[in-house]
Design a protein around this ligand. Structure first.
Ligand code: ZN
Length: 143
């Protein structure tokens, strides 16, 4: 079992059996943001606090990424192993839209408005053999 390290601190609760996406909410105007920001982009207030945004949302829009993203994208994929994947915005309860990689990766499997579930997946390995974990959204299979 490798150690699983989040790709970036503060994006999601980890380790957790039921990880939640983390964002920030403005104490003055209640605007929520992902990823968390020290300043409110709505009213400019510096009074923001970290909130859990939940682990489910609905698909707001999507596309299929058919080529390797440019640097600094850095996964364990190579041109030879790269497979097209879905990418889109998932709207969380409260209205925050989160750009994320999507697990269903064909146009037939993706539909605007479909329920999506947060998942934490291995992205690549670091030099020590640890798994660097990132988040994605998968289609909800059960209610
Ligand atoms: Zn604000």
């Amino acid at each position: 079992m490798h150690t699983q390290i989040p790709i970036k601190e503060g994006l999601f609760t980890w380790p957790s059996s039921k990880p939640q996406l983390l964002g920030s909410r403005c104490s003055r105007c209640a605007e929520a943001t992902f990823p968390a920001q020290p300043d409110c982009r709505n009213c400019g207030s510096r009074e923001t606090h970290i909130v859990e945004l939940g682990d489910r949302g609905t698909l707001w829009t999507w596309t299929i990424q058919t080529f390797m993203p440019k640097q600094p994208y850095h996964s364990s994929e190579t041109e030879a192993t790269f497979a097209p994947y879905g990418v889109g915005y998932v709207e969380m309860p409260g209205g925050v839209r989160v750009e994320a990689r999507l697990q269903p990766n064909t146009a037939q499997q993706l539909k605007i408005g479909m329920p999506m579930q947060l998942a934490i997946i291995p992205f690549r390995s670091d030099e020590q053999g640890n798994d660097i974990m990132t988040f994605c959204f998968t289609a909800v299979t059960e209610e």
